[in-house]
Design a binder for this molecule. Structure first.
Ligand SMILES: Cc1cc2nc3c(=O)[nH]c(=O)nc-3n(C[C@H](O)[C@H](O)[C@H](O)COP(=O)(O)OP(=O)(O)OC[C@H]3O[C@@H](n4cnc5c(N)ncnc54)[C@H](O)[C@@H]3O)c2cc1C
Ligand SMILES: *[C@@H]1O[C@H](CO)[C@@H](O)[C@H](O)[C@H]1NC(C)=O
Ligand SMILES: *[C@@H]1O[C@H](CO)[C@@H](O)[C@H](O)[C@H]1NC(C)=O
Ligand SMILES: *[C@@H]1O[C@H](CO)[C@@H](O)[C@H](O)[C@H]1NC(C)=O
Length: 440
């Protein structure tokens, strides 16, 4: 299958003609995934006298990517140390653990083992040394010293911690800061805070169907349709945060001329639940070394790993399968590809038994599927989170301080980073008139 990126636009079908807005809001957040919710909560807290309005096309928060992931609080070991992914992951991890404690959100700091065969030892050694080295250079302001503690241990030490590990495992990287969180409770806590604040409001089952630069007052004219309705309401939004996840490019591309439109790639990840031998007493997350090579770049997926949920139930996943997306924003396409089936189990079983040899295929059941929005296609290299800002005047609208801040490529570790993404989007990008800064 040839993989093409998606370039499609929201306004192009002309189903919803331009309309004059009847309402004005200060901040409009598109999407109630974990990122949109975190941004809205931050806006309500920081600007109690301004209005913040969240629009979500599903009947509940987080029905797309935010509820279909590993629910892992990542420590921040994987990404280049000068990247936003590293910086926001570390800050987000600390904010998330704090929030879990103050809001009684179920979570557990399990720690995690990245296990290596003899020939994979250089990979974990590199992860371990990366942060020590970087701190001695001038990158110390990216993250505090000791922010990413890791330990290199032998295969025997790893097996002493988790006796089910294969005798083939020669070494492991122990990351004590990694954990798991109940993402639904986390999102519910954000929804509650937003709806209880004076400033905030959420509209579910409401989709953004058209966005235009305003020609009358500074801002964006955003049209929404509720339920199955074919008629829309128009709102003038002074500032738009576009946190629409998989559908983000549809909205921006509706405004950009074709040569500037943004292609997005989508990679499906399937999970299997497991009930069977070979895992008894496991209490830590176990990750293989990501496979590198032309078809499986280390940054594309961390490999089929073992995660635990809050009830101690074991899951394996996610694998990586690029999709060829539809030409238009078709919610049914996503829904169809979010249905798990057993076509991937055998491959997954093969991957898992490399490090947990006694796991059986019979014990594996298809569980759920998530889709990663990616800025690079198969074989692509590292790509950071992108905060992109556009102004109405670029598209024939009025001059003025009305940014639309688009969040692009928020794949893993987006859940871990969400509270820091919100801080960055509001305190840095918005405060600086919409310009992204590398350092605060
Ligand atoms: C398989 C997989 C495993 C992962 N594992 C982890 C992990 O262990 N740890 C971690 O930190 N991160 C992980 N991630 C990443 C994390 O899940 C995402 O970064 C995060 O959920 C992104 O949140 P979001 O709010 O940007 O997007 P989404 O959750 O996709 O939210 C976007 C929302 O916008 C809505 N929307 C879209 N278009 C419109 C419209 N036109 N009108 C109204 N609403 C609209 C959608 O319905 C959706 O609810 C994983 C991701 C995947 C796919
Ligand atoms: C796998 O099962 C066999 C047979 O019961 C046992 O001898 C072996 O120790 C097990 N291996 C691991 C790594 O648990
Ligand atoms: C939202 O962000 C995406 C990138 O994720 C972009 O393509 C899209 O056009 C943005 N939407 C708007 C309204 O600008
Ligand atoms: C399982 O899902 C894949 C998509 O990953 C699809 O190609 C395949 O046809 C599905 N198989 C069945 C039996 O539904």
């Amino acid at each position: 299958m040839k993989i093409r990126g998606l370039i499609a636009a929201l306004n192009s079908n002309n189903k919803f003609p331009y309309k004059t807005p009847e309402l004005v809001v200060d901040h409009l957040v598109i999407g109630a995934g974990v990122v949109g919710l975190a941004i809205a909560q931050k806006l309500c807290e920081k600007f109690p006298t301004k209005s913040t309005y969240v629009v979500e096309r599903h009947g509940r928060a987080g029905e797309e990517t935010s509820s279909r992931n590993s629910e892992v609080i990542h420590a921040g070991i994987y990404y280049p140390s000068d990247s936003l992914k590293t910086r926001l992951c570390i800050r987000g991890r600390d904010l998330l653990y704090q929030r879990c404690k103050s809001f009684d959100i179920p979570h557990r700091k399990t720690g995690k083992l990245v296990v290596a065969m003899a020939d994979q030892r250089p990979y974990i050694e590199h992860l371990h040394h990366k942060f020590q080295l970087q701190r001695e250079n001038q990158d110390a302001d990216s993250f505090p010293a000791g922010a990413v503690p890791t330990m290199l241990i032998s295969g025997d030490e790893a097996r002493a911690m988790e006796p089910n590990l294969s005798p083939e495992i020669a070494a492991a990287l122990w990351s004590p800061e990694t954990g798991i969180v109940d993402s639904h409770s986390f999102m519910a806590s954000l929804v509650r805070e937003i709806s209880e604040s004076e400033a905030g409001d959420l509209a579910f089952a409401t989709r953004v169907v058209r966005v235009d630069p305003s020609k009358e007052e500074p801002g964006w004219v955003v049209q929404t349709a509720t339920g199955k309705s074919e008629s829309s309401d128009a709102i003038l939004a002074r500032t738009v945060f576009n946190a629409s996840g998989l559908s983000s490019p549809f909205i921006l591309n509706s405004l950009l001329p074709p040569p500037q439109q943004i292609p997005m790639f989508y990679a499906r990840g399937s999970y299997a639940s497991y009930n069977g031998p070979g895992i008894s007493g496991i209490s830590r997350l176990i990750y293989p070394c990501p496979e590198t090579g032309p078809n499986a770049h280390a940054f594309a997926s961390l490999g089929t790993h073992l995660t635990l949920d809050m009830n101690g139930k074991v899951r394996f996943g996610p694998d990586l399968e690029f999709l060829s997306p539809p030409e238009s924003d078709d919610m049914d396409f996503w829904t169809r590809h979010l249905v798990p089936n057993d076509s991937k189990l055998q491959e997954m079983h093969l991957a898992v038994t490399k490090y947990l040899p006694n796991v059986t295929l019979e014990g594996m059941q298809p569980d759920y599927v998530g889709i990663r929005p990616k800025l690079v296609g198969p074989g692509g290299s590292f790509h950071d989170f992108v905060f992109r800002t556009d102004f109405p005047s670029q598209f024939g609208g009025l001059e003025g301080d009305s940014p639309m801040i688009s969040l692009l490529g928020f794949e893993s570790p987006g859940l871990t980073s969400s509270l820091a993404i919100a801080e960055y989007a509001v305190d840095n990008v918005l405060e600086n008139g919409g310009r992204q800064q590398r350092r605060s």
